[in-house]
Design a protein around this ligand. Structure first.
Ligand code: MG
Length: 343
C-alpha cells in the first residue's frame, strides 16, 4: 500500500543561493492507499542537512504495514523519529501522506481537522535567487502581486543586487543570506545598511554553528534575525533565543506536520517569531506546510512556482496569499505533467 517514486522537477530559472546552484531538483513522492483513498506526501532531501535521494529511498525501503495503522495513526507518527532517525525528509513524506489520508478518511480539509482558521493566512513572500543584479531586478518587477519579496544574498555583490531591485519596486524585502556572511562585522554592516532600504528581516546571516557570533549580532541588529539552518528538530529550539528573534520551520527539516506543530509550540513558548518555509517542493509539499501556515507570522511557501512541471495541483495563490481550498485532506490532485519515474 506504500509506494514512492523519484520526481525530477524542472526549474524555470537556475536557482542559486550562497551555497550553490541547481538547474533541476529531485524529490520523492510517497503515497499510501487504503479504503479507496490515496494520501500523498513528499520528501525533498537537502544535502545541507546530510540527506540524499538514495538515503531517503533506503529509509523508505523499510516501510511496511506497521507504518499504516488507521486506528492509531498518532502512534505511527510518534514512531517516525525512531524509524528514520537520519532522514527528516523521509519522515516528512510519510507524515504528510498519513495526514492526507487521515483527513480524507474523515472527509475534512486537514486544516479543519487540526483546528486552524484558513482566513488567518499571512501573505507569502516570493523568493528571488542569486543572479546578476539586473536579472534579479527583472524578476522582482515580474512579482508585483506579492506582498513582499525574499532576496537571496551572501555574495560580494549584495548591495548592487538590492539597489537594482529597489529601482524597480517599493515592496517590503526580506533577505536570506543562507549563512553567507562569514564574519560578524561584515554581517552587522550589511544588516544596518539593509535596515535603511526597506528590508524587514534577515534570515540566517551567519553559519549556524557560530552561536557566540549570532548572540553578538542579535544584540546589535536593527532587524529581526530568523534562524533557518540553525533549526532542525524540535529540541534545537532551546539554543535559538540567544542568537535570533525567530525561526524558519520547514517540514523537510523537522520531519513533517506532527513535528512541525511541536516545533511551533516550542517556538511560541520561547517567545520566538515563526516563519514557515520550504525546500524546492511540488504543490504537495507546499500544501502540507500551508495547512499550518495560518499559525505563523511569516509565510515563505512559493517553491512550487519555481517548477515548470509540477505534478500536483494544489491551493490557489490569490493576490499573493495562498487560499486553502476546501477539498478533503491536503487538498491536492495529482495531475502528473511530465514527471517520469526514474527507477
Ligand atoms: Mg533560508
Amino acid at each position: 500500500m506504500w509506494k514512492y517514486i523519484i520526481q525530477r522537477l524542472e526549474l524555470h530559472h537556475p536557482f542559486r543561493i550562497s551555497r550553490g546552484v541547481s538547474h533541476f531538483r529531485e524529490t520523492i513522492r510517497v503515497s499510501v492507499e487504503a479504503d479507496g483513498r490515496t494520501g500523498y506526501g513528499e520528501a525533498a532531501p537537502n544535502p545541507r542537512y546530510g540527506e540524499s535521494i538514495d538515503g531517503v529511498l533506503a529509509a523508505l525501503d523499510t516501510l511496511n504495514a506497521d507504518a499504516f495503522q488507521p486506528d492509531s495513526l498518532r502512534s505511527v507518527l510518534m514512531s517516525l523519529p525512531q524509524l528514520f532517525p537520519q532522514s527528516p525528509s523521509a519522515r516528512a513524506a510519510v507524515d504528510i501522506a498519513l495526514h492526507d489520508w487521515w483527513a480524507q478518511s474523515l472527509d475534512l480539509p486537514l486544516y479543519r481537522l487540526l483546528g486552524i482558521d484558513p482566513a488567518r493566512m499571512p501573505p507569502t513572500s516570493k523568493t528571488i535567487g542569486i543572479a546578476a543584479p539586473d536579472e534579479m531586478a527583472r524578476r522582482a518587477s515580474e512579482s508585483a502581486e506579492f506582498a513582499c519579496l525574499k532576496i537571496k544574498l551572501g555574495t560580494d555583490q549584495d548591495r548592487e543586487m538590492i539597489e537594482a531591485i529597489r529601482k524597480v519596486t517599493d515592496q517590503p524585502l526580506r533577505v536570506d543570506a543562507n549563512e553567507g556572511w562569514l564574519n560578524r562585522e561584515e554581517a552587522i554592516r550589511q544588516i544596518e545598511w539593509l535596515a535603511g532600504v526597506g528590508v524587514e528581516l534577515v534570515e540566517q546571516p551567519m553559519p549556524a554553528a557560530r552561536i557566540e557570533d549570532s548572540a553578538w549580532l542579535k544584540q546589535r541588529s536593527p532587524l529581526p534575525l530568523i534562524a533557518d539552518e540553525a533549526v532542525t528538530n524540535p529540541s534545537s529550539v532551546s539554543d535559538i533565543p540567544e542568537g535570533y528573534h525567530g525561526i524558519n520551520i520547514k517540514l523537510m527539516k523537522c520531519g513533517g506536520l506532527f513535528a512541525g506543530l511541536d516545533l511551533l509550540t516550542r517556538a511560541r513558548t520561547a517567545g520566538l517569531q515563526v516563519m514557515i518555509g520550504c525546500m524546492v517542493e511540488t504543490s504537495c509539499g507546499i500544501a502540507a506546510a500551508a495547512q499550518i501556515a495560518p499559525l505563523t507570522d511569516f509565510v515563505d511557501l512559493d517553491s512550487n512556482l519555481l517548477i515548470s512541471n509540477d505534478p500536483f495541483e494544489g491551493h490557489p495563490l490569490i493576490d499573493g496569499t495562498i487560499r486553502l481550498n476546501n477539498r478533503p485532506g491536503l487538498g491536492v490532485r495529482l495531475i502528473e505533467r511530465g514527471v517520469e519515474p526514474l527507477r
